[in-house]
Write a protein that binds this ligand. Structure first.
Ligand SMILES: CC(C)(COP(=O)(O)OP(=O)(O)OC[C@H]1O[C@@H](n2cnc3c(N)ncnc32)[C@H](O)[C@@H]1OP(=O)(O)O)[C@@H](O)C(=O)NCCC(=O)NCCS
Length: 128
């Protein structure tokens, strides 16, 4: 399964692909990694807070609701664990991702100026 996620990650983030050992480290550090044929999501829970570490959908499968479904499934899992807030970080320049999170009710709660090679990072949060 890991090689499939690595391949998907490379398609989604060609400039900074993660290796199998990167994903193994995430798993060891307590992250949840969920993948399907065309998408993956990684999150981490600390006490009653969660953070989306990464999410991606194969380019040829986008705009069919896969990312939205993965986040909604994650939220169901988090509610079972009594998680109260989900955070994430997204590049100011990443319009598809920003639209996705806005649609699902995430709100901008902060900004890290020039975080990604000169582009601001936006911190978003949703109360479950
Ligand atoms: C961001 C990403 C995960 C979205 O995946 P997806 O499966 O295509 O998204 P969905 O089909 O579930 O879209 C859900 C909603 O998000 C918004 N959205 C998604 N892609 C969009 C786009 N290209 N333009 C505008 N809105 C978009 C829309 O509101 C959409 O709802 P709608 O189709 O009813 O209008 C995908 O584009 C991707 O993998 N990008 C590269 C990796 C990445 O940037 N990950 C996020 C890092 S923070």
């Amino acid at each position: 399964m890991l090689n499939k996620i690595v391949e998907l990650h490379k398609q989604c983030f060609p400039d900074k692909p993660w290796s199998e050992s990167d994903f193994m480290e995430l798993k060891k550090s307590g992250c949840e990694i969920v993948a399907s044929e065309n998408g993956f999501i990684v999150w981490r829970v600390v006490a009653d807070q969660a953070e989306i570490i990464t999410i991606g959908v194969a380019p040829n499968a986008r705009r069919s609701g896969i990312a939205e479904s993965m986040i909604l499934l994650m939220e169901q899992e988090l509610k079972k664990q009594s998680v109260v807030n989900v955070f994430l970080e997204v590049s100011e320049a990443n319009c598809p991702a920003k639209k996705l999170y806005e649609k699902l009710g995430f709100l901008v709660v902060g900004k890290r100026p020039k975080y990604y090679d000169g582009t601001d990072a936006i911190i978003m949060s949703k109360t479950l």
